[in-house]
Design a binder for this molecule. Structure first.
Ligand SMILES: Nc1ncnc2c1ncn2[C@@H]1O[C@H](COP(=O)(O)OP(=O)(O)O)[C@@H](O)[C@H]1O
Ligand SMILES: [Mg+2]
Length: 332
């Protein structure tokens, strides 16, 4: 008898600036799915937010043809909890972080606050509210509190969109303006002179971290062009660091994953300061890139979980969480 296949709804594309990346990630995820085990049902969302061939409806039971959802969406309206809310309403199991963990991980300010509360190392940062009327000059105030270079970021975005590195007051002013186009809340932080690393985490209640890799940007920092267009950034897997630092990075990655309440998968990114050797958590991505050059699946592959088994595991974790949820009462 032929085994019954798990029907996986892959939701991809989406309204974010990372639409194109999502298309590439989804193709690579689908290619890694064992066709003997899975039947893929595609849900493509275009840049305007329209679904084809049809949307997922928020009503429980509306989708008897779907066993589990694999959202392969990056950034706004996909990785930020909004989409996860839809799957919760529809009572569908889905891969990756829940609503809260998705939303707070997306916000570079809230994420750092949660980490700091757990005693985890994050770089010094401040918030500038774009819409708040101020007497003073935001840039001057920031420059009094943080040394240059200063990184300026929209609080809720990804792929380095809207991010600048400011070396002086003039650059800081224009950086704030740029970031303000993408978010009302702007994160400004102390620039770290050093190296950049990524560490993959997998699991629900007992997450584990893979062997980390180093990212070697070809530009002054790992900006959008460097990530997706130039093809000049290099990666080193395993990261070339002493064993104790590797172990510390893996520990911090798991701690960060737990602190934000992440589930399923997450990629924790680090900055390591040259002069002090200190390791800082930069951010966590709850739907990491899955393109053919993305490091999340590569780090697992290196650590002993091949790509197709990684997909199996992520789907299992989604099912497990959904099962556990059934034990929760929502009414008296
Ligand atoms: N505080 C910092 N110090 C040094 N480099 C930074 C800092 N913050 C960000 N960067 C650089 O900018 C890139 C993008 O910033 P990041 O916070 O990871 O945003 P995104 O979510 O868009 O990836 C990082 O990969 C790194 O190269
Ligand atoms: Mg990043």
């Amino acid at each position: 008898m032929k085994p019954v296949k798990t029907r996986v709804a892959v939701v991809y594309g989406g309204r974010s600036g990372e639409h194109e990346i999502s298309l590439r990630s989804a193709e690579s995820v689908i290619a890694a799915m064992d066709p003997e085990r899975y039947e893929v049902i595609r849900f493509l969302i275009d840049e305007k937010g329209h679904w084809s061939p049809r949307p997922i409806l928020p009503e429980p039971g509306a989708h008897p043809d779907i066993d589990v959802v694999f959202p392969v969406l990056h950034g706004t309206f996909g990785e930020d909890g909004t989409m996860q809310g839809l799957f919760e309403l529809a009572d569908l199991p889905y891969v990756g972080a829940n609503v809260l963990a998705s939303a707070l991980s997306m916000d570079k300010d809230v994420m750092k606050r949660v980490c700091r509360e757990q005693g985890l190392p994050v770089v010094d940062w401040l918030i500038v509210q774009r819409d708040v009327e101020r007497d003073g000059d935001d840039a001057a105030t920031v420059a009094e509190k943080l040394p240059f270079p200063i990184f300026v970021k929209p609080a809720n975005l990804g792929s380095s969109v809207g991010i600048s590195k400011a070396h002086n007051l003039d650059e800081l002013r224009s950086a704030l303006k740029t970031a303000g186009e993408f978010d009302r809340k702007i994160v400004v932080e102390r620039g770290i002179e050093g190296r950049e690393f990524e560490c993959a985490v997998l699991g629900n209640d007992h997450p584990a971290a893979a062997v980390p890799c180093e990212i070697l940007p070809s530009r002054e920092f790992y900006d959008y062009e460097d990530k997706y267009e130039l093809n000049l950034a290099r990666t080193e897997l395993p990261a070339n660091l002493p064993p104790d630092e590797i172990a510390e990075m893996r520990r911090l990655a798991v701690e960060c994953f737990k602190a934000v309440g992440c589930e399923g998968m997450g990629r924790v990114d680090f900055l390591r300061e040259d002069v002090t050797g200190r390791i800082y958590i930069n951010e966590i991505n709850t739907i990491p890139g899955f393109t053919s050059i993305s490091m999340y699946p590569k780090m697992w592959e290196y650590t002993g979980i091949p790509y197709s088994q990684l997909i199996d595991r992520l789907i299992e974790l989604a099912m497990e969480r959904h099962e556990q949820k059934k034990a929760t009462r929502f009414t008296r």
